[in-house]
Design a protein around this ligand. Sequence first.
Ligand code: 3HC
Length: 318
Amino acid sequence: MRNTDEHALQAEFDRRVAAEEKIEPTDWMPDDYRKNLIRQMSQHAHSEIIGMQPEGNWITRAPSLRRKAILLAKVQDEGGHGLYLYSATETLGITRSEMIEALQTRKAKYASIFNYPTLTWADIGAVGWLVDGAAIVNQIALQRTSYGPYARAMIRICKEESFHQRQGYELMLEMAKGSPQQKQMAQDALNRFWWPSLMMFGPHDGDSAHSSKSMQWKIKRESNDTLRQRFIDQTVPQIEVLGLEMPDPEIKWNETRGHYDSGEINWDEFYKVINGNGPCNHQRIKHHVKAHQDGEWVREAVRAYRAKQARKKDERAA
Ligand code: 3HC
């Protein structure tokens, strides 16, 4: 049985969430709210970091200096997003090493999309346009999430994601309006990245384990299906401008709904990927583990520096 103090704290928390006031790290919050935020935010951070791999893979093969500079900047931005999000998650009482361990031991997930390979240069366009495009649709809503540090991180991240989406679309436009072979590459990239991009929004609302609590706490502001439909509605006209074929033959404007209808996602594939058996899951984690091990000397140097500073402080105090 909870005591009166805890009831009062819970009532105050509920009032603040209802009044759209941000919950801050030192505020009281229910344990399940904290746990759910740690889960979502750390998975989000892991997605940003793992997402550097499929694009980083093309930096040395970018076809011009301009394209290379853009791609370098984008991949660095993703690294920065991961770092803001890890820092924001640390304010909830989990350490960076605990989060990294959860990723590397596959206890924590990361966005399914990054388990697909980037096979051609056109894939870099498709990733910027579709993957970052889907991420923005989701993250604009998260700018209003109830946890202050997460909401504030999202504001900056969305600005950068917007540049990422535009550079991807510009690249696709150049390919789609280029030679027949380039147009074919653009079509192929669209066909392969369309469905995994729709999967980024998660299971249908009825199958989403965390949605109802997350919506009640205003961690999530809109449902998986609402955001997915918004992405489809905004992307279909962009496909038309590119002059490419629709990646799904069932895409059709529905006058009554005022939205595009579309085909069903292959949910078996989705669950296979999120449970560790997609085309690149093994490769992505293996690469992360190696990069982390290669960076051990940096962490060691930081620890040594901190120890030295602490010794100096003690000496001064003595
Ligand atoms: N990929 C991997 N796992 C997914 C997923 C996806 N596309 N969609 C859902 N899942 C997982 C959930 O994490 C959950 O697993 P868990 O219980 O082990 O944590 C399970 O499937 C059930 O799904 P739910 O719908 O119940 O999960 P959520 O309520 O958390 O909704 C979400 C899923 C919409 C992805 C939500 O977590 C969210 O909005 N997260 C923040 C945004 C985010 O993580 N974006 C990553 C995109 S990539 C990115 O931003 C990088 C950029 O550079 C492109």
